[in-house]
Design a protein around this ligand. Structure first.
Ligand SMILES: C[S@@+](CC[C@H](N)C(=O)[O-])C[C@H]1O[C@@H](n2cnc3c(N)ncnc32)[C@H](O)[C@@H]1O
Length: 483
């Protein structure tokens, strides 16, 4: 046991920033001001110090580094990269159970995935591997990790990203969290015309305006911080909203309502994969959304099923990709920058969501490829996406939706990696770089660089062609080479 602990604690690295699971829980708003955090297997306590610096009450325990610290309950418990260093399966289970028993609201579990495994430097040992420096590492498949957590704790873990899961105590908070992942960001509307009543009460109307953008429906009295400030002036919230509509345009609000109804349908469609919650298990705000957008929960679920069914029909998916107003279309796929995801038609959002509800958010990726002829989503990372006119592919994570046998590939050492062309097609229509990129593509066309598109998919072929045509790139411009 002593030897095991010695070997394990060598795995605890000194870090400068937050560990990935703690960073994610902060970004997702699960660790916030006022929450208490317990870091189970905290290593040298880097996360604890950083959280404490932010004024968050954070404590931790570690058998090697903080063995005398008490193990105490907290709102959020982090079990970050602990289970994969424990070689005894029974001890792994005890660590998970103990961490869960201390959890008041959400447990965050992170572990290494097989995609992190570099076989060259590790040798098989029990159900894992021994690294070059003698530390044990168990690698999980995303589904294996989820099944193990679910069956050990009798829960339904929510994938946050590859290798990281959230386990919620309260089913309502779980559903609110999942639904929020499919709620797109909507900008506040511009004022279109001057409305005296709106101008005079601008301040008082702000909470209602924000709520309407956020939910696309009128609030219940309990959902606004000070509803009487509005009703004193306007009588009812509905009348107050009419004033907002006059000033900002009716059309905008019809669109917001449609978008929010779609966001909700996408959440309900994908909830089918684990278990769709009972109406009474939904948080109150989502119950009110359902009543506002669909007459009944049954009707909403029927529509969500229709959507899920179409997303499972590859012919319908392919046709929707072909007619999609955004993204770069090729005969085999639709490519898009990740910022375009919320602009996709609902069927394609559900199609991509099938991979997302299995993997969580693949945040590292910046381009998403929706395959048109087999149910498959690829998450692609182009490290130089912003800087290079033709970025090379750095890594890919391919999620086949029938088998979920996820494949990860690192292209950094690949001699002739794939590259990207016509970057502008992947970006939102109002992206500030679009004009510059379109100009570049036009001048590349003029030099005949796109005459044989099937021959320019990889870096070497592209560089050869540029040399042949006597041109090179200077930033996002094409210039003649000096002879
Ligand atoms: C890779 S480190 C992770 C440390 C920290 N959570 C982080 O993310 O930086 C793994 C830690 O798990 C601790 N550990 C090993 N066995 C454990 C157990 N049974 N229960 C809790 N922690 C354990 C080790 O001492 C080590 O500090």
């Amino acid at each position: 046991v002593t030897q095991a602990v010695v070997v394990r604690h060598r795995a605890a690295v000194s870090r400068i920033g937050f560990s990935k699971p703690v960073r994610l829980a902060l970004d997702d708003g699960l660790i916030a001001e006022g929450s208490s955090v317990f870091d189970y297997g905290c290593g040298k306590g880097a996360d604890l110090r950083l959280l404490q610096q932010r004024g968050i009450e954070a404590t931790g325990w570690d058998p090697a580094f903080l063995p005398r610290s008490p193990r105490q309950p907290a709102d959020v418990v982090n079990l970050g990269y602990v289970i994969n260093v424990i070689e005894d399966p029974t001890e792994r289970v005890s660590a998970l159970r103990e961490a869960w028993s201390l959890t008041k609201k959400v447990l965050v579990v992170a572990a290494r995935l097989t995609s992190d495994l570099s076989l060259g430097t590790q040798s098989p040992y029990q159900d894992g591997y021994l690294t070059r420096c003698g530390t044990f590492q168990k690698y999980f498949e995303q589904s294996g990790l989820r099944d193990w957590i679910d069956s050990t704790l009798n829960v339904s873990a929510v994938p946050a990203c590859p290798g990281i899961f959230y386990i919620f105590r309260d089913p309502g908070i779980r559903e609110a969290h999942i639904a929020s992942r499919y709620r797109r960001k909507i900008q506040l509307p511009h004022r279109l015309r001057t409305e005296a009543l709106y101008e005079r009460n601008r301040e008082a109307l702000q909470p209602l305006l924000h709520f309407m953008v956020d939910r696309g429906r009128l609030p219940d009295q309990s959902e606004l911080p000070n509803p009487s400030a509005i009703s004193q002036v306007f009588g009812t919230l509905r009348r107050a909203f009419q004033v907002i509509q006059k000033a900002t345009g009716h059309e905008h609000w019809t669109q917001v309502r449609d978008q929010r109804a779609h966001d909700l349908l996408i959440y309900l469609a994908l909830a089918r994969f684990t278990h769709r919650p009972k109406f009474s298990d939904l948080p109150k705000d989502i119950q009110l959304d359902v009543k506002a957008f669909f007459p009944t929960y049954g009707r909403a679920c029927d529509k969500a099923d229709e959507l899920l069914f179409s997303a499972g029909d590859i012919t319908a998916v392919s046709a929707t990709c072909a007619g999609c107003a955004v993204g770069k279309k090729t005969p085999n796929a639709l490519y898009l920058h990740k910022s375009l995801l919320p602009l996709l038609p609902p069927i394609l959002r559900v199609y991509e969501g099938c991979a997302r509800s299995y993997m969580g958010a693949v945040d590292a990726a910046n381009v998403i490829k929706l395959h048109r002829h087999r149910p498959q989503i690829s998450y692609l990372l182009y490290r130089e996406f912003d800087r290079s006119p033709h970025p090379v592919l750095s890594a890919s994570l391919v999620v086949p939706l029938q088998t979920f046998r996820v494949q990860y590939r690192d292209y950094r050492q690949v001699e002739n990696p794939p590259i990207l062309h016509r970057k502008e097609d992947l970006l939102p229509p109002d992206h500030p770089d679009r004009q510059k990129l379109e100009r570049l593509s036009r001048s590349e066309e003029k030099y005949g660089l796109y005459d044989r598109p099937e021959q320019i998919g990889t870096r070497n072929a592209w560089l050869d062609l540029l040399a042949q045509k006597g041109v090179r790139h200077a930033g996002h411009r094409l210039v003649k080479r000096k002879s």
